[in-house]
Design a binder for this molecule. Structure first.
Ligand SMILES: [Zn+2]
Length: 230
């Protein structure tokens, strides 16, 4: 028998996964995977009138809560943990139809969450689209001579979500002149000057920037003038 120090099985409707093989005091069947103690005597679920319930292992909190809500009768399943000297929950026994309803509710929730995520993604995409258009318009206001497709590409690059680039910073979000100009300068540096080749050939960033400064200036001066002039 269990030592006297073993805590009592928790009260209420509780079924136990026995650590040692036990037989039912009513029908003598055994060993029992799961038993209920009635006046200290183990009984199988059938003899305890709980044979119609199904086992739902612990782990899915929402499903467990809903299954218990849906079930007229629910039983907590425990097992004794020797090392910790306590009974621990393993799951619940609930009506099969209740479990099916609970699963349906959780699925409906998952579907609702999936739809909300899709809606959010579409809204963010539309926001990005508007922001990129506003950014491009601001580039063209400051640099009327900048080709429209370049302005669009610079804006899209600078405002790419999650890029941490200037368009994503607070200043870029506010479309300050400084933020727009630094996005344009960065683009000109990489596309219209040999800046990247200089870096590749071993030039320091400082040296490379110094060597291309005049080139950047000249492109920006050209773009700052009205397109129809050039
Ligand atoms: Zn029995």
């Amino acid at each position: 028998m269990a030592p006297s120090s073993t805590p009592r099985v928790p009260s209420g409707l509780v079924a136990v996964q026995p650590l040692r093989s036990k037989r039912c005091a009513g029908c003598r069947r055994g060993p029992l995977p799961l038993l209920v103690l009635e006046d200290g005597a183990p009984r199988c679920l059938h003899c305890a009138d709980l044979g119609h319930l199904v086992f739902l292992p612990r782990g899915d909190t929402a499903l467990t809560r809903r299954a218990r809500e849906e079930s007229t009768l629910s039983v907590v399943v425990v097992r004794f943990n020797r090392r910790r000297s306590r009974y621990e929950r393993q799951g619940v026994l609930v009506e099969e139809a209740a479990l099916a309803r609970a699963e349906a509710r959780c699925l409906a929730d998952a579907e609702a969450r999936r739809r909300r995520r899709a809606r959010d993604a579409r809204r963010r995409a539309a926001e990005d689209e508007r922001f990129t258009a506003a950014f491009a318009a601001e580039i063209l206001r400051l640099f009327p001579g900048c080709p429209a497709d370049r302005a669009r590409a610079i804006a899209a690059h600078a405002s790419a979500r999650g890029s941490g680039r200037v368009g994503r910073s607070a200043a870029g979000r506010a479309l300050t002149e400084g933020a727009v100009i630094s996005a344009v300068v960065a683009a000109v540096r990489h596309v219209d000057t040999p800046y990247d080749q200089l870096l590749m050939s071993g030039a320091s960033r400082f040296e490379a920037r110094w060597r291309i400064a005049a080139g950047v200036e000249s492109v920006l001066r050209g773009w700052a003038e009205e397109a129809d002039v050039g």
